[in-house]
Design a protein around this ligand. Structure first.
Ligand code: SF4
Length: 296
């Protein structure tokens, strides 16, 4: 890849919500007063390197169903938030709680609770089955997921439209406009978090006039997939989502002179550095110690 020009998006990588969740989890694991065993309900963030590294430190990942078999220890709630029903179940079982919910997600929980208590229907625009979506749908029976064809089931006269924190900003604007045309009574609340918005904007800026846009992130991460889609659609440029430098092996760079490089809010910096070195033919082939994935 001789003379390849790399335009790096700024900001990119870990957001404050991920850094906070990792700090809280590291502290719980190193604190001798934290009741053992220490479980986490779901993935701390959607990145395999980080979840495996925490596993090496003794963190046990569980699903909601596993709670019925757990009678002692500590449960960590992830950055994606938790439904009030699950929280109550954990409290009723007498388990200790460490809450790493991102404040941006907490803010949506508060808006949804307050408005549903005021008698509003809440239409939630989000990815079905994502942890954040599940937590919010569970807050009240007044919350309903906006369908894929942008319709709202049984729309009420008082209805608030809210969205998931990590959706594509241009897509949300488009969807909100279509929904408002269909349901003029809708009140609107845009809850895309600043970290998501700023990373999408910076990635689109870096990807103007490049031959290839590269996003480093986990294939299971909503914010990584959304970042790639946002670049592709707003810059009309070929965009690839890779998990590590190994995913670049076999790509023909013969006609590629300029690439943009960005990473998702849950991607460790060390992986991006490796990708950059590979693109610059400076592959060091060094084995990464798992603790390096947890550097913040
Ligand atoms: S992407 Fe946004 S909502 Fe998600 S953890 Fe980061 S700051 Fe919080």
């Amino acid at each position: 890849m001789n003379n390849l020009e790399i335009i790096k998006a700024n900001p990119q990588g870990f957001c404050q919500g991920v850094i906070r969740a990792m700090r809280i989890t590291k502290k719980a694991l190193s604190d001798k007063d934290t009741k053992r065993p220490i479980y986490i309900l779901g993935s701390i963030v959607h990145n395999k390197n980080i979840t495996n590294a925490f596993k090496c430190l003794g963190l046990i990942e569980i699903k909601e169903d596993d709670l019925k078999n757990i009678s002692e220890g500590t449960i960590i709630f992830t950055a994606h938030g938790i439904s009030p029903k699950i929280k109550k179940l954990v409290v009723d079982k007498g388990l200790s709680i460490v809450d790493a919910t991102c404040p941006m997600v907490e803010k949506i929980h508060n808006i949804v609770s307050e408005k549903s208590q005021e008698g509003y229907q809440i239409a939630f625009l989000g990815k079905a089955n994502h942890e954040e979506t599940k937590g919010i749908l569970d807050i009240s029976s007044n919350v309903t997921l906006v369908k894929d064809d942008l319709t709202i089931e049984n729309p009420q006269s008082k209805c608030l439209l809210v969205c998931q924190t990590t959706l594509s900003f241009p897509k949300v604007l488009e969807s909100y406009s279509i929904l408002k045309d269909k349901y003029p009574q809708l009140e609107i609340s845009n809850q895309i978090c600043n970290a998501t918005f700023n990373r999408q904007k910076a990635a689109a800026r870096a990807s103007r006039n490049v031959d290839l846009a590269i996003v480093v992130g986990d294939k299971s991460s909503n914010n990584a997939n959304t970042l790639a889609k946002t670049i592709e659609e707003s810059c009309q440029v070929k965009t690839i989502l890779i998990e590590s430098k190994d995913d670049l092996i076999g790509i023909d760079f013969k006609n590629i002179k300029k690439v943009s490089l960005t990473s998702a809010a849950s991607t460790p910096k060390i992986i991006v550095t490796e990708v950059e070195n590979f693109l610059l033919n400076e592959d060091t082939k060094k084995d990464i110690n798992f603790l390096e994935y947890l550097k913040i």
